[in-house]
Design a binder for this molecule. Structure first.
Ligand code: GDP
Ligand code: MG
Length: 443
């Protein structure tokens, strides 16, 4: 068991402060992770540089490896850059109706779908009446597409008038919105497969006549490296107020979110998570950061360790270890520490690369949470003296302890054996100093 324990925990061995070498090594991994997540290269460079300055010299949390801690620092920086924790910025819908929302973006980015999703959201959450208008005069059947989705969203739809230009439709939509008592008018525009001057000029003209409160740039989460250029060009020409990232239900890691935010400084307000009319979520910076890094839940592990590790206890144990002492109370502390961190099952679930099969093997080896409980119970049935001096525990005492803990004598024997092995190991490590092998196991 001890062997397995140290196997699980050898990655978690702590040290003093983050060195430049630790940080560089971890940042190399981060750089790859960000590029794989399709964050644009210049953005990656900027970001990594900032994080490096922040990370070097930071105190190491003893329960985790330096690399993991850097990942946590990166994660926090990423969350901050993406807009921080807490409620994302919503839409501004107050004031003289109708409030106009203009949807911009490349063709196929999800403008039409997002328009309908927004209409539904505003109607159900904000209890406001929404009129949808299609300004897409270019793509065949684009208007009918919005009409259908408007029905699904149970929102109003501006009747189609053939032959009218986009700017005229925008004027008509705002007017209809006013006359028919709509609170919000959403203008769905046409897009091109790539940015061109025509598209930009049209969008600008629509914006000028409709005076939108919100101008949202809709982008596909799979856009990748092009995201920077798209965001920059739209941001130059239109008074953008926010970003919407669609297809977050796909395989994309969402690096475009970081790139676009970095370039425009605009809040990411929503993410699209399905083709359906209810598939729109408020943006969650923390979730997005986790996804971009793609590091399992290492971040959660580091957070837990930082929260739960009792530094004082750790130092007390380190001193004891240096003297070659490790009694049952210490073992009980260790087990408690494990329990607090969600038990071994919890910890293993958090480690990347730890699959179901490995967890089952660990459980078979007796490393499950029930065992932790049982072992703690056995230690609790010992007297104070016995806990200090486990060598006192002979046959009759073993029987008594077993009965007290509701287990058999073999379980007590196993625990005693485990304690002996660990004490031996502690002694060896203790000689090398407290920051050796198992200082991660019990920081
Ligand atoms: P537009 O050209 O910008 O108006 O894009 P559309 O709204 O027509 O969307 C293009 C395609 O992407 C359609 O097939 C949509 O169903 C799909 N789509 C849009 N948003 C999402 C999303 O969040 N998730 C998924 N899976 N598909 C989406
Ligand atoms: Mg469309």
């Amino acid at each position: 068991l001890t062997e397995r324990l140290s196997g699980v925990f050898d990655k978690l061995t702590g040290r003093g402060a983050l060195s430049e070498k630790d940080v560089d090594a971890a940042l190399r991994e981060i750089r790859v992770a960000l590029l794989e997540a399709d964050v644009a290269l210049p953005v990656v460079k900027d970001f990594v540089k900032t994080v490096k300055e922040r990370a070097v010299g930071e105190d190491v949390i003893r329960a985790v490896a330096p690399g993991q801690q850097v990942i946590k620092i990166v994660h926090d920086a990423l969350v901050g850059l993406l807009g921080g924790e807490g409620e994302p910025e919503g839409l501004s819908l107050t004031g003289e109706p109708p409030i106009v929302i203009l949807m911009a973006g490349l063709q196929g980015s999800g403008k039409t779908t997002t328009s309908a999703k927004l209409a539904r959201r505003i109607q159900t959450r904000d209890k406001k009446k929404v009129l949808l208008a299609s300004l897409d005069t270019r793509r065949p059947a684009a208007m009918e597409q919005l009409q259908q989705m408007a029905e699904q969203a149970e929102a109003g739809f501006l009747p189609i008038v053939q032959g009218q230009g986009a700017v005229d439709i925008a004027k008509r939509a705002v007017q209809a919105g006013r006359l028919q008592g709509y609170d919000v008018v959403i203008l769905d525009t046409a897009g091109r497969t790539s940015i061109d001057e025509d598209l930009m000029a049209e969008a600008k003209a629509i914006s000028d006549v409709s005076n939108p409160r919100e101008t949202l740039l809709v982008a596909d989460a799979l856009t990748g490296q092009d995201a920077v250029e798209t965001a920059r060009r739209f941001n130059e020409r239109l008074p953008l107020t926010g970003l919407v990232l669609t297809r977050m239900d796909g395989d994309g890691r969402g690096g475009a979110a970081l790139s676009m935010r970095h370039v425009t400084g605009l809040p990411i307000k929503f993410v699209g998570v399905s083709e359906k009319v209810d598939g729109l979520d408020a943006f969650d910076a923390k979730r997005m950061a986790g996804r971009i890094l793609g590091r399992g839940d290492i971040v959660a592990l580091v957070e837990k360790a930082a929260e739960e590790v009792d530094q004082e206890k750790a130092e007390r144990l380190a001193r004891k270890m240096a003297k070659g002492k490790f009694d049952m109370d210490d073992l009980a502390d260790q087990l408690n520490q494990l329990k607090k961190m969600g038990g071994l099952g919890g910890i293993m679930g958090l480690l990347p690369g730890m699959n179901k099969k490995m967890q089952a093997q660990a459980a078979a080896a007796g490393m499950d949470d029930n065992l932790l409980k049982q072992q703690t119970a056995i230690i609790s049935s010992m007297t104070k003296e016995e806990r200090r001096k486990p060598e006192l525990i002979k046959a009759s005492r073993r029987k008594r302890i077993a009965a007290g803990a509701g287990v058999g004598v073999p379980e007590v024997n196993k625990l005693l054996k485990m304690h002996r092995q660990m004490a031996d190991m502690m002694k060896k490590v203790g000689k090398k100093g407290p920051k050796g092998l198992l200082s991660g196991f019990t920081p």
